[in-house]
Ligand binder design. Structure first.
Ligand SMILES: [Zn+2]
Length: 571
């Protein structure tokens, strides 16, 4: 399949959205067209969807290019042209089209089961959209790009080699304690060099975000983000209660695991560089050679094919379309993501693989997002109906990590397979308190506009005290105080983090179901994915055979199940 498997019908084949006047003319064409009858509306929606896909894919490709080459000026310029000229020009036009849709008398004749959630989303977007916020959003995007550039430039000299911080992180798994302490200290000191600059970027974002909220008639940015994320099925206090039950159920478990680890390592207490290493001093898990990305791709494909031949077929499409950029390089933005390419109806996976077990988990994770995007875009021509709420998107990806973990033996022998599985499960248990930390921190930040740097710092530290593990940070208090700077979500997507916790509960449920009946669980998974964004969250969860709930009622039994799973695995 190539991009012209879905030929353009409305947008001229040679249109490049960087040509803003030509692109704008198409939006005006749509604005001027009557949509009184159902036929007119359907035709118009198809064209609007096509135009949106073309512009969206163009922007996605500019972003992908930029994140693969943060040090290339020409690429950066093309990205900035999109961000500064095209996007701000299009936002108000797209908004006017959404409003036009909402005003159409024919829209109630559309299939309400399918369009009901779209209507609610667009009504909310219209409710919070303000023209005066467009230039502020542009400023915010530029500021956040500065944060990415600073991170992309960070390298360290470690034992005669220049390494990215992701590459240096490998040494945190080194059984030799002085080696990993040195690697940890070198990377931490390198981060401290830019800590003030990053803090200043963050501080310049806060008043802009508060202003965006006030402009939209909202008290604070939290209320604004709630609407902008279309969180219709839970409220802020649900998240705070979620954090409470994590403090109650999960934090004690984490501290137990920390103390067991210290004991296994013969240490009086764990230091920050002791968390990733194997407690019994075995060499780090090496699923593949960092220079042989094809091994990672091929073996991950094998896992997908064991789960279902359909998943393997989907995964092949990414390779065939050249939509994988997986290797860590200098100048590459850190992290990993899946970027949908809406016109081609293909997803792109970006990550920084360095030969670690974590890379295996990341590729399984992003693979799950890819299956979601492919399933939804096969099913749905209208781009606006394709994307599920984030809380369910992460069920799609996190389930793949858990289901895939049953087949880690494609990478490892039996003992290492069990080690890798333990690592994944411990990672999930450790994730919940960290999620609660990041979420609680943001609830505080955005409901305390105008707070001082010191107040934010002491709030951060007291949250760490509440949810942190049993680790001794003596001498490195300044690193602990700026740990939040490593969480890109705080910069890129405020409040977008609790989704991972909600979704993890979904993924864990799905995994438990798969232990009972793998075939049925996978069939449910795939059919829920194909619903895309046409159903509200509770219905998507129930289509996958799981419940949408993050109260202690769901959390507690899953934590017990994980603890039991761990006790059956060797240390
Ligand atoms: Zn994800």
């Amino acid at each position: 399949m190539t991009a012209n498997a879905h030929p353009r019908r409305f947008v001229p084949a040679d249109l490049e959205p960087s040509n803003f006047p030509r692109t704008q003319a198409l939006y005006h064409d749509l604005l001027d067209r009557p949509i009184q009858t159902l036929d007119q509306l359907k035709h118009w929606l198809t064209d609007f969807s096509e135009l949106t896909s073309v512009v969206d894919e163009y922007g996605s490709r500019r972003y992908i290019d930029k994140s693969c080459h943060t040090d290339d000026e020409a690429i950066k310029k093309r990205f900035m042209q999109f961000v500064e000229e095209v996007e701000p020009g299009i936002k108000p036009l797209a908004f006017a089209l959404q409003r036009k849709y909402l005003d159409s008398p024919a829209r109630r004749q559309l299939d309400q089961k399918k369009f009901g959630t779209l209507d609610l989303r667009w009504e909310t977007e219209v409710e919070i959209f303000r023209e005066i916020n467009v230039p502020i959003d542009t400023e915010i995007t530029k500021k956040v790009s500065e944060f990415d550039e600073i991170n992309g430039r960070m390298t360290v000299q470690f034992r005669g080699k220049e390494l990215t911080l992701q590459q240096a992180a490998r040494y945190l798994e080194d059984p030799d304690r002085p080696t990993r302490q040195e690697a940890w200290e070198i990377t931490s000191r390198r981060r401290l060099v830019d800590a003030d600059a990053i803090e200043s970027i963050f501080e310049s974002l806060l008043p802009m975000r508060q202003k965006v909220a006030e402009n939209a008639g909202m008290r604070d940015y939290r209320a604004f983000q709630w609407k902008s994320y279309k969180r219709f099925d839970y409220i802020p206090s649900d998240c705070l209660r979620f954090a409470d039950s994590i403090a109650e159920t999960c934090v004690p478990l984490v501290r137990r695991i920390d103390r067991q680890r210290a004991k296994a390592m013969n240490l009086a207490s764990l230091r920050p560089w002791d968390g990733s290493v194997d407690p019994l001093g075995r060499p780090p898990l090496k699923p593949f050679d960092e220079n042989q990305i094809e091994t990672l791709v091929g073996k991950t494909r094998e896992i997908f094919s064991r789960l279902s031949p359909d998943l393997a077929k989907d995964f092949d499409q990414l390779r065939e379309h050249g939509n994988l950029d997986l290797q860590s390089r200098k100048g590459k933005q850190p992290g990993g993501y899946l970027m949908p390419l809406e016109e081609s109806r293909q997803p792109f996976i970006f990550m920084n693989a360095a030969g670690l077990q974590r890379d295996v988990e990341t590729l399984l994770h992003e693979g799950g997002h890819a299956f979601h995007h492919l399933a939804a875009s096969r099913q749905e021509d209208i781009v606006f109906l394709r994307t599920a709420p984030m809380e369910f998107c992460e069920v799609a990806s996190m389930s793949m990590e858990l289901l895939g973990s049953e087949h880690f033996n494609v990478f490892y022998n039996e003992p290492d397979t069990l080690r890798a599985r333990r690592k994944l499960i411990e990672g999930i248990i450790y994730f919940f308190p960290w999620m609660a930390i990041i979420d609680s921190f943001q609830h505080w930040i955005y409901t305390h506009p105008g707070h001082a740097r010191d107040e934010r710092k002491s709030q951060w530290l007291s949250i760490l005290d509440r949810f942190g593990g049993a680790v001794d940070w003596t001498g490195w208090e300044n690193v602990r105080a700026s740990l939040w700077q490593r969480q890109g979500h705080l910069f890129h997507a405020p409040f977008y983090y609790v989704e991972y916790g909600i979704a993890q509960l979904g993924a864990l449920q799905l995994w438990m179901k798969a232990k009972e009946n793998p075939r049925q669980a996978l069939a449910n998974y795939r059919s829920a994915l194909s619903l895309g964004g046409t159903r509200p969250l509770p219905q998507l969860f129930s289509a996958a055979g799981i419940v949408f709930d993050f109260s202690p009622k769901t959390l507690k039994p899953l934590m017990s199940a994980l603890e039991e799973e761990l006790s059956a695995l060797p240390p």
